[in-house]
Each structure stands twice: as C-alpha cells, then as structure tokens.
Write a protein that binds this ligand. Sequence first.
Ligand SMILES: NC(=O)c1ccc[n+]([C@@H]2O[C@H](COP(=O)([O-])OP(=O)(O)OC[C@H]3O[C@@H](n4cnc5c(N)ncnc54)[C@H](OP(=O)(O)O)[C@@H]3O)[C@@H](O)[C@H]2O)c1
Length: 266
Amino acid sequence: MKILIVGGGNMGLTYAKSLLNAHIVTKESMMILEKSNEKAEKIKDLNVGTVFGEPDAYIKEADLIILAVKPQDSDILFSKIKGFIDHQQVVLSIMAGIPMTKISSALDCQKIIRAMPNLPAQVGSGMTVYTSSVEVTRIELVMVQNILNSTGKTIYVDNEELIDASTAISGSGPAYVFFYIQSLIDSAQHLGFSKSQAELLAYTTFKGTINLFNKHNFSCEEWISKVASRGGTTEAALNSFASNEVKAKLGEAYQAAFSRARELSE
Ligand SMILES: NC(=O)c1ccc[n+]([C@@H]2O[C@H](COP(=O)([O-])OP(=O)(O)OC[C@H]3O[C@@H](n4cnc5c(N)ncnc54)[C@H](OP(=O)(O)O)[C@@H]3O)[C@@H](O)[C@H]2O)c1
C-alpha cells in the first residue's frame, strides 16, 4: 500500500510517524507533498518518506491520499491536485469543516473518509471521530481504521454533522484543557509559588485526576462530591463557578467552536 500525505505540518507529520511506528507502511511507500521549501527540507532530514514540493503524476501511485492542510488552503490545493486524482483512490481528509460533498466535487472523487483527530495523536493518545462515503468499501474502511487507530482511540459515526460537533469538543479540546491548566498555573503563582512549582502543581493534579478517573467507574459529579466537603474550600470554589455561570459560559465557547466549524463547511 502506498500513502501520500498532503501537508507536512503538525498533523501530516503525526500520521507519517504513527504509520511508520505501527509498521503500517514502510518509508519507501510513504510520500509527502509539502509546499513550503523550508519545511520540505526539514521533513527530508526526518527520513520518513519521499518528499515532493509540487503535485505530479506520482500522486496516481497512492492508494490512500491524506489531506492535512489548513481548511483555508484547501481550495488552492484542490485546484492543484485535481488532475492527478483517480476514481479508485481513497481520500482521507482531516481538514476541519470541509464537507465530503465539497471534497467530492472539487476533486471529482467518490471514496472519501472524513476524520477529526486531535493533537494528542502525536503521542498515540489521540481521539478521532470519522465517517465515510458509501463508495468506500469495507476493506478500505478497515485499512483506514487501522491507520487512525495507530494514533489513539476512534469512533465511527454515520452522521457527518457529528464530525463538526467533534471538532468543537475533542478536536479543539486539547486547547481548552491547556487553557484550564494555565489558569491553575497563573493562580498558583499569584498565591506565591514559583513558576516551576506552579507548573508541577497544575500538571500533577491534572494527570493524577485523569488516572483516578480511569481507575474507577465513577462519574465526574460523583468524584466532585468526594473532593468537596460541605462548607469546605472546594465547595467555596464550586459555588464561585456556579454564581459566575462558568459551566454555561464554557458551553457558549464550545458552541462558538461548533458554529465556526459549520461556517467553514458552508
Ligand atoms: N492541529 C490540530 O490540533 C488539528 C486537530 C484536528 C484537525 N486538524 C486539521 O488538520 C489540518 C492540518 O492542521 P495542522 O495543524 O497540521 O496545520 P499545519 O501545521 O499548518 O500544516 C499544514 C501544512 O500544509 C502545507 N500546505 C498548505 N498548502 C499546501 C499545498 N497546496 N500543498 C502542500 N502542502 C501545503 C502548509 O505549508 P505552509 O506552512 O507553507 O502554508 C503546512 O506545512 C487542518 O485542516 C486542521 O483543521 C488539526
């Protein structure tokens, strides 16, 4: 199987490395199309596959084409590679907000898989939600499933709308988590800890909480009640969250991410 990754940025390189680590392809079977000369030179040094700067007939050799450029670069990309795409090729797009109908008409192809991964894919702890067009065969779907599984957990959905929804939750989610961790770090420093102490407090608390969550079968609300005793310090913080409507405000932020994903789709 030959794979072409289009866009050698954060996500494109994550797939290149995961595919090699999982022995799904060899570097002889991996091609990367990257338009930036500077990035292309750096990718060549990584020795993960053959690097190209311009589309050409080699694109036809790929059994699977992974589209990993920014959504705003997709129109130019489509116009550049359209002439080299074959009906038998499977196209896997991880671009936020670009619907399968658009990819199909822009590239004149039918076998499309649309996936929404997230950045922890870089360390094999990603969350990917994906869907496919009816033209993708079962065997092709299993092939792509293996590729996505090499970066973490996956969920298949029939409804493409859920891809935009997952963009707002798990796709953008790592940024929300870092935002929250940073708020703990800032407050710890404000309360007198050094920067490195504050980072240790915040990261260890976060990691420990996730480990705890994974070990037992309690809901978040049940865990909160175990930490917060009546009239105590945690309850004071939770009351402040409630009176400032923090949960509702966060909900508005996730909704804004979803609306932006829908806007991009249109
Ligand atoms: N990063 C995330 O956490 C994340 C999560 C889920 C989904 N995604 C999706 O993944 C896609 C890639 O994101 P990213 O963070 O990896 O972006 P990125 O780091 O900017 O990588 C995109 C790469 O594609 C190159 N490129 C642009 N147009 C090209 C063309 N016509 N031919 C070849 N290469 C081209 C860019 O070069 P230049 O730098 O020269 O423009 C850049 O190196 C996006 O569509 C995004 O929605 C990202």
